[in-house]
Design a protein around this ligand. Structure first.
Ligand code: SAM
Length: 338
């Protein structure tokens, strides 16, 4: 079996040779090297983040001989880069495995890598479960960088603010990152410090629903159905040239429910109302079961209800290190001129 796995890893690497040359030439040192079932092994991914390689299993723990085969393969291809393993098949994809004692220190070192010349932090193990930059969103960050010079950006569900940092690096006039996680925003601030950015970014620790209601002018009530809302920062009504909306699949808070399968409109509508007339709303949906057609239909209907028109739609596909069997990647990104 490991021999077969090695063949799969080798085929995935061969398929990426020219992409990796391009990425290295544009100062990108983070990319996916092996992408699960599409490349022959469901639930297995291998990523490079600068000077470290990260193996993750999402369906079942890797047997020791398989992990050893993976380590042997990549040690040969990328001599000197340590290979770390995060086992994530448990509930909520929490990292479950213990590290070999000799890797514990190295797994907690703050590292740095580049994507399109922008510096980002990476740490193999930290308090959260996901790596600090989602690599399939590179295509979205690239598109924002092409779009943003001289414009303002609202980055919703900003996480570690990758989209916002990339935008500032590419000449955005004003960037506001919104997320309710202090820990994620603090990595975003570190990311900002790693780059000589021409502007100061804003980091707003807020529930996205509360922020959108205020920015769009609807206002956020202090009490809803008799219940006092948790504290939230006050924001003035403001519209943005570009709004980037990349929510998680499902998240519930006192301010609202993020549900990409059943209620994308709950976020889309206020995000649209924060997008300037003639502006651009880039929205993402990473739920595989939601088809492009059904999702676009919903976006168009919600825009009409909000009294706005979608003038143009451009699909942004994940780059070639995230291949898909049928051209239907789970991560859908739609750039809407509105
Ligand atoms: C999958 S990440 C988004 C990825 C991000 N857009 C990027 O560029 O990498 C989900 C983020 O949403 C945040 N989040 C979830 N529900 C939220 C809410 N109601 N208000 C604000 N942030 C929320 C989480 O803290 C987390 O950082």
């Amino acid at each position: 079996m490991p021999a077969n796995l090695t063949e799969l890893l080798a085929a995935a690497l061969t398929a990426r040779r020219s992409l990796l040359d391009q990425l290295h030439a544009e100062q990108t040192s983070a990319y996916r090297l092996f992408h699960g079932s599409v490349e022959g092994e469901a639930g297995l991914s291998v990523d490079r983040y600068g000077d470290a390689l990260l193996v993750q299993s999402f369906h079942r723990p890797l047997a020791p001989d398989r992990l050893a085969a993976i380590e042997a393969f990549y040690t040969d291809v990328f001599p000197g880069l340590p290979v770390f393993y995060n086992e994530r098949s448990q509930a909520n994809s929490r990292i479950a495995n213990t590290l070999p004692p000799e890797q514990i220190g190295a797994a907690h070192v703050r590292r740095q890598f580049q994507e399109m010349g922008v510096n980002y932090r990476f740490q193999v193990r930290h308090a959260g479960q996901d790596p600090w930059l989602f690599l399939d969103l590179r295509a979205g960050r690239r598109r924002v960088m092409q779009e943003i010079a001289g414009k303002s950006l609202l980055n919703l569900f900003a996480y570690t603010c990758g989209v916002g940092i990339a935008a500032a690096k590419a000449g955005a006039r004003h960037v506001v990152n919104v997320d309710f996680s202090e820990a994620s925003l603090s990595i975003g601030k570190e990311n900002a410090r790693l780059n000589a950015l021409p502007i100061r970014l804003r980091f707003v620790k807020s529930d996205v629903f509360a922020a959108l209601r205020q920015l769009s002018g609807q206002g956020q009530a202090e009490r809803v159905r008799g219940k006092r809302m948790p504290p939230f920062p006050r924001l003035e009504t403001h519209s943005f040239d570009v709004v980037f909306l990349d929510p998680p699949r499902y998240a519930k808070s006192p301010f609202g429910v993020v549900d990409l399968v059943n209620d994308y409109a709950a976020l889309f509508k206020p995000a649209l109302l924060c997008t300037a007339e003639g502006g651009t709303l880039i929205c993402c949906n990473n739920v595989a079961e939601v088809s492009r057609a059904a999702w676009l239909d919903l976006l168009e209907r919600s825009a009409r209800k909000a009294g706005r028109v979608i003038r143009e739609v451009e699909w942004i596909a994940p780059e070639a290190d995230f291949p898909s069997l049928d051209g239907q990647a789970p991560l859908k990104m739609a750039l809407l001129r509105v």
